[in-house]
Write a new protein. Sequence first.
Length: 144
Amino acid sequence: MNITTVISSACIGLCVAITGCKGSNASAAGTAAVSSQAVQAVAAPAVTKQKVIKIAFMDKEHACDCTKKRVDAGWSALQTALAGRTDIAVERIHSDTEEAKVAPYQLMRAMVALPAVYFLDEKGALIELLQGDLTAEQIGHVLR
């Protein structure tokens, strides 16, 4: 395999993973679709000493059914983890219609699955990024 083939394959795989479901937005070049089950949330991170003061929750305004289901479950998990907390600001951003808002987060660390949840400290620095199938427990680990 040459480097062009490797890079092309990686880019195609990333594009398919971002779409979040079988066959949606797949290229005519025979791109193999990735099932939503193949994209799992990052394992629960180690407890951090940095305090989360802002969360950016990335979703899609115009999502397919499988992505919408995963996003809704992630939003619910976030709400459960934040129950009773008023010390953390939450911003919900549609990655497909609010590209200018997404860009700074993508520069911090690129998301590859939705939902993508960016946890930020008081300086706006990235503490953690969770994405894909999320649970309230995983989110809670970051908030501790």
